[in-house]
Design a protein around this ligand. Structure first.
Ligand SMILES: [Zn+2]
Length: 347
């Protein structure tokens, strides 16, 4: 078979680019979704316990991290879902304890929020961020989703449907008061997917699922073993892995957890994986990339620069019209989202 010349290749590439640009016009573009699990210490208390010195720099830097991320997103027209722990919107511990439902009766009592945290973080600087949530809510293209009110771990033994209903009810109430409408997008804490009929009855319209593969579906304390963690790391730096997937009902599957802490060689492979995923993306698949607020709090300038590098890859392709940037709520049928869209995503 005759090999195409450089010119033919570039014409073919341009044609295919134009073809994809036309797809954009007909709303059939491949999509990139970003979600940020915004949780401060709520997402880590089960690991850190009463040690308030551990991981402190990461948690204290959440404020500059969030401000900078909002700037990076705005400069590139990147839309994102902020899956925020509801408690972050509280002003202080007294408001938290007034609003929070009774914790689930976890078989492992160390998973429940304890009043000791309030004594050890008296002013709540590691736990609350009402001004940052207001800032996210006021920012163009940013959706305020939820990560439950108290970061409840739904697959741990002892959690009931009533616990989930009460927790999501507390978020809905607070979001209505502060932001005008309840959230429609959910990220399950520790990616422990459970109680789907219950979360749907609480108003959740779209949720983030795990990456494909059994080693992504073992997030309970009892199953998250080193072998599964090692396999996930290998996937992250495998340039040939492809985890983008189409929306499955009301689930958008995660494609990649962004690992800004990798050593330089592994980071280059991670970027190659992202670049290859973006370049091979076709409708109806969605490339869904996510990380936590606190992941960027240590070694902050370097990690934020790495996020910028990835966002540039996405933005450059969006500008060429071969991809579109969306938040989780954008994935819903327009008719299903239209009633709450105005409150949740600033256009
Ligand atoms: Zn979390």
């Amino acid at each position: 078979m005759q090999r195409p010349t450089g010119f033919q290749t570039s014409v073919q590439a341009r044609r295919s680019e134009l073809g994809r640009a036309q797809d954009c016009d007909s709303n059939r573009s491949p999509r990139v979704v970003v979600s940020v699990d915004f949780e401060r210490r709520w997402g880590l208390h089960h690991r850190l316990g009463l040690d308030f010195d551990a991981y402190r720099e990461h948690l204290e830097n959440v404020e500059p991290v969030v401000s900078r991320l909002l700037q990076l997103f705005a400069a590139r027209n990147i839309r994102a879902t902020w899956a925020a722990v509801g408690a972050l919107a509280c002003r202080d511990w007294s408001e938290y304890f007034a609003r929070a439902p009774r914790p689930p009766k976890y078989h492992n009592p160390g998973l429940a929020i304890t009043r000791r945290y309030a004594e050890l973080d008296l002013h709540g600087q590691l736990h609350f961020a009402p001004d940052l949530l207001r800032l996210v809510h006021a920012s163009r293209g940013q959706e305020l989703g939820t990560h439950t009110f108290s970061h409840i771990l739904m697959r741990e033994p002892g959690v009931t449907a009533d616990d989930v209903t009460a927790d999501l009810g507390a978020v809905a109430q607070l979001w209505r008061e502060r932001f005008g409408a309840p959230p429609v997008s959910l990220v399950f804490p520790r990616n422990q997917v459970a109680f789907l009929p219950v979360i749907r009855s609480c108003g959740i319209r779209v949720w983030r699922g795990n990456e494909p593969g059994a080693h992504y579906d073992c997030n309970e304390t009892s199953t998250n073993r080193p072998v599964a963690r090692a396999r996930r790391l290998l996937d992250a730096i495998n340039p040939w892995a492809r985890h983008a997937g189409a929306l499955e009902g009301d689930m958008t599957r995660a494609s990649l957890f962004l690992r800004t802490n990798l050593p330089a060689g592994a980071w280059a492979l991670h970027c190659a994986r992202i670049r290859n995923e973006l370049d091979s993306l076709r409708h109806p698949r969605v490339f869904h990339i996510w990380w936590h607020d606190h992941n960027l709090g240590g070694d902050m300038p370097k990690r934020l620069a790495r996020v910028e590098q990835v966002l540039d890859m996405v933005a450059e392709r969006c500008q060429r019209g071969v991809l579109v940037s969306q938040c989780m709520g954008d994935l819903l049928e327009r008719s299903a989202f239209v009633s709450t869209e105005a409150q949740h995503v600033r256009e």
